[in-house]
Write a protein that binds this ligand. Structure first.
Ligand code: SAH
Length: 384
């Protein structure tokens, strides 16, 4: 058996314990030693515990903003990218953003949610979203996704209770790596985040949701949280805001959501709705939205319908840079929410956290990143 110190170090970040033990076995290191090293990295935040060694994340920017529940922390990590398309200009790295959001749970306990990025930039092109303005630079590996958790826990020193894939990127555009990252994050020997505390949020790529439908039928995956960014109440408006709607429309989404609910034992899928004044906030929009949600207001797997059943998250629009629209006023949000409630829709009104730091929903994608890497989407030089 090789001495752990003699072998080539292996980074366990992004690996399950099982995968790490197998990699160590290839080097002649026993399972017990490998497990200790894995736990030292994940639980104790140790960077070098032979045979495990990690490259510690480089945080190049961080910003704190006090909120009622505590402090929202946005941190920007610099990842090496030797293949960068602007390498000829001396750029061989990507910057990605993550946000730690404090919350007070129903029991009054304070928890922390980590909002992770799954891509550098995004290809989906949603009109209201800051990240979309960057275009897609590249997708992140499972290790780079898990690295955001490691940085939050062991560099920022915050215990993370929940993880949401609501940072930069479209997770279903990078599903293999996202699923591997989740497998790793839920590993009981490592990060040990319960599956029910992880949520994937999507623009509504139905092909990806079909794959999720298969995935959640595998042991341990049923409780994975899902969120759909609907953001509009009819196809015309949704296609204008979100180009993906030209491929899969609101009827397609209704169908796959129903199927998902059945295979997930009636679990709810959160519907997100970014409320943009003058765009999707009229009372007619509220009526249409309630109508679209009506199939979800009953639970198909239970004989007795349980109360409201649907879960809608109304997110007041956070103006992106150069936004043509303002944020909604409290009254505008109230009016919209009240109308939905009158239709029996259970509405969760999300308070905006981190708007000032551009760390709020859809505001990830720093101006510096954009200036450096972004050229107009239509330009042929985009992929040079
Ligand atoms: N691509 C995924 C995850 C990233 S966006 C998705 O679309 O779900 C995470 C959430 O932020 C989505 O619900 C999105 O609709 C919302 N969002 C995007 N831009 C926003 C903005 N400017 N203001 C408020 N919410 C925004």
């Amino acid at each position: 058996m090789a001495r752990a110190d003699d072998i080539q170090p292996i980074s366990p970040i992004g690996m399950t314990l099982e995968a790490f033990v197998a990699a160590c076995a290839d080097e002649g290191v026993g399972a017990g030693r490998a497990k200790d090293a894995y736990q030292a990295v994940y639980r104790d935040g140790i960077e070098h515990a032979a045979p495990a060694q990690i490259t510690p994340p480089t945080i190049v920017k961080r910003h704190e903003e006090p909120v009622n529940e505590g402090v929202t922390i946005k941190f920007v990590q610099r990842l090496p990218n030797p293949e960068h398309r602007l390498k000829h200009r001396g750029i061989d790295f990507d910057d990605i953003e993550s946000v730690i959001i404090p919350m007070i749970g129903r029991s009054g306990r304070k928890t922390h949610t980590l909002c992770v990025s799954s891509q550098v930039g995004c290809a989906m092109g949603c009109d209201f979203c800051e990240t979309a303005q960057m275009g897609l630079i590249r997708s992140l590996s499972a290790a780079e996704i898990v690295g955001q958790w490691w940085a939050a826990c062991h560099l920022e020193g915050i215990e993370i209770d929940n993880i949401v894939f609501m940072g930069m990127g479209e997770p279903l555009d990078n599903l293999d790596e996202v699923l591997s990252a989740i497998e790793c994050l839920t590993d009981r020997s490592g990060a040990s985040i319960p599956m029910a505390n992880i949520t994937i949020s999507t623009v509504g790529r139905v092909d990806g949701l079909e794959r999720i439908k298969e995935q959640v039928q595998k042991p341990g995956w049923k409780r994975l949280g899902l969120a759909l960014s609907l953001n509009a109440s009819n196809d015309e408006s949704r296609s204008q805001l979100m180009p993906i709607n030209n491929k899969w429309n609101m009827k397609d989404l209704q169908r796959i959501l129903q199927e998902l609910r059945v295979v997930r034992g009636g679990r709810k899928i959160m519907i997100e709705y970014v409320l943009i004044p003058g765009v999707n906030d009229s009372l007619t929009n509220a009526d249409e939205l309630a109508d679209w949600m009506s199939p979800f207001l009953k639970d198909p797997t239970r004989k007795k319908a349980k109360g409201h059943g649907g879960l809608l998250n109304v997110i007041p629009y956070n103006p992106r840079r150069d936004s043509p629209w303002p944020a909604p006023t409290e009254e505008q949000v109230d009016r919209f929410v009240d109308r939905l409630v009158s239709h029996g829709v259970f509405v969760n009104r999300r308070r905006t956290k981190g708007r000032d730091t551009m760390a709020a929903c859809g505001q990830l994608g720093t101006a510096e990143i954009r200036k450096r890497q972004i050229v107009p989407l239509t330009s042929s030089s985009q992929r040079d």
